[in-house]
Design a binder for this molecule. Structure first.
Ligand code: IMP
Length: 432
């Protein structure tokens, strides 16, 4: 039995796509279990660039099975666009290779619209969402106003569902936001067309998961976003609407908790975040630009193109991530970027309001903005490490940095990424 769960340790964008793509080569089955097309994984393979928003990146491996689990929210229009785009890039997408849970909720066009209207209503004080309709879709799921992919397979049921829900949505769009209402017939026609195309892929993934577990397949769970964006454990309300931590795997894919063998926390060698909200180790001006623009791929969102906020590695935040997901191993990404800085700072504790040093981020994030990071300084290596493939060949200072991270977190660093390409990966421990 081998189920490897991947979790973003920070605020998303930890380079999960690259690590997941690397691990996919060993996995038989890859599962997405939460989030939607707010995620953006960029994967470079032999000079070809692939961007994934919702299709699991295991699809690049010809003989893998890929599952979009029940915990995901699926925009059927965007999913079909992505499938068409990948097909045009030469990727074979068949119902044997891609299975989509009928229990997954649909991001309806009014969810997208409401997400944008709400961000505009809040002006500069919004959450800074990706405007993909993620929050409104999860809201409706919990409020029991949702539409599920199974509903797209039954035109009569879908019509009844839309006729019951749309008048309320249109009233909110018009009366609260002064937006344009949606026409029920147009909406139904477009959803029915999506349903017809997606029908061969929509299935009972609980049964598929049970079967692949029984067959002893190697399963990789592809986490999206990061710990600090988790709806329960993150920097509420500046976060996404799903459980991005390890527990989300069980409810979002029907993998039983006792089947999980490894929880791989993926963390950048420094920290970034997009959107609003507290960020204790944030850098500004030239110092932030140095991290943002170093390396072949800069710190700009794959989904929205927004420049990411950049800062130093934050150990109290990472200790918290390890705590809430039970992280067993770390993959440290973008270590090559730290070649660009003269010296490295790492927050190893926070001074709280009373001036006391705290080793772990507090669950009361209302005090996070007032925490002052306690920094330790380590030397940088100031040389290109992007072609190194063995840990022993890293400069001493880079090894010392990795060792310090392990000591601070008390978790082994199993993988190190030194560039965006597959071969720019140092493996210290095999996870499958
Ligand atoms: P939403 O998920 O679109 O509702 O956005 C909520 C917050 O999560 C915003 O601050 C987004 O920038 C952030 N977010 C959502 N998805 C990602 C991601 O894949 N990487 C980084 N941040 C994300």
């Amino acid at each position: 039995m081998s189920v490897v769960v991947t979790v973003g340790c920070q605020w998303g964008d930890e380079g999960k796509g690259k690590i997941i793509d690397f691990l996919c080569r060993e996995a038989d089955v890859v599962i997405r279990h939460q989030g939607g097309n707010n995620a953006g994984h960029t994967i470079l393979v032999e000079g070809q660039k692939y961007i994934f928003h919702i299709v699991p990146s295991g699809i690049l491996k010809p003989d893998s099975m890929n599952i979009i689990g029940n915990g995901v929210v699926v925009d059927p229009f965007k999913l079909l666009e992505e499938m068409d785009h990948l097909t045009a890039q030469g990727i074979r997408i068949t119902p044997e290779r891609l299975k989509i849970s009928g229990q997954a909720h649909v991001i309806m066009p009014y969810h997208r619209q409401l997400d944008g209207l709400e961000e505009e209503r809040r002006g500069g004080k919004g959450i800074g969402t990706t405007r993909r309709g993620i929050g409104p879709a999860y809201m409706d799921k919990v409020a029991r106003y949702g539409v599920r992919l199974y509903d797209l397979l039954h035109e009569d049921i879908l019509r009844k569902r839309v006729e019951a829900i749309l008048p309320l949505k249109n009233a909110i769009i018009q009366q609260v936001y002064h937006g344009q209402p949606l026409d029920p017939d147009e909406l139904l026609a477009s959803l029915n067309a999506c349903g017809r195309r997606l029908a061969p892929f929509i299935t009972d993934t609980t049964e598929v998961v049970e079967q692949v577990l029984a067959e002893g397949k190697k399963i990789l769970c592809e986490g999206a976003q990061g710990t600090m964006l988790d709806i329960d454990f993150g920097t509420y309300p500046y976060l996404t609407s799903s459980n991005t931590t390890a527990g989300g795997v069980c409810t979002g894919s029907a993998i039983p908790p006792h089947k999980i063998s490894t929880v791989l926390g993926i963390a950048k060698a420094y920290t970034t975040r997009v959107g609003e909200g507290p960020f204790p180790t944030e850098l500004f001006g030239e110092e932030a630009d140095r991290l943002r623009n170093a390396g072949p791929v800069g710190e700009y969102g794959a989904t929205t193109g927004r420049p990411r906020r950049c800062g130093w590695l934050d150990i109290p935040q990472m200790r918290y991530a390890c705590r809430v997901s039970g992280i067993t191993h770390i993959a440290l990404t973008r270590l090559d970027i730290l070649s660009a800085v003269p010296e490295i700072h790492v927050a190893t504790a926070y001074f709280d309001q009373a001036g006391q040093a705290r080793p772990v981020l507090s669950a009361d994030i209302n005090v996070l903005g007032e925490c002052r990071p306690v920094y330790e300084t380590l030397p940088s290596w100031r040389e290109d490490i992007s072609t190194i493939t063995r840990y022993e060949d890293l400069p001493r200072a880079a090894q010392a940095y990795v060792k310090a991270v392990e000591d601070w977190l008390k978790v082994p660093v199993a993988m190190i990424s030194v560039g965006p390409q597959r071969h720019q990966t140092i493996v210290r421990q095999h996870l499958f």
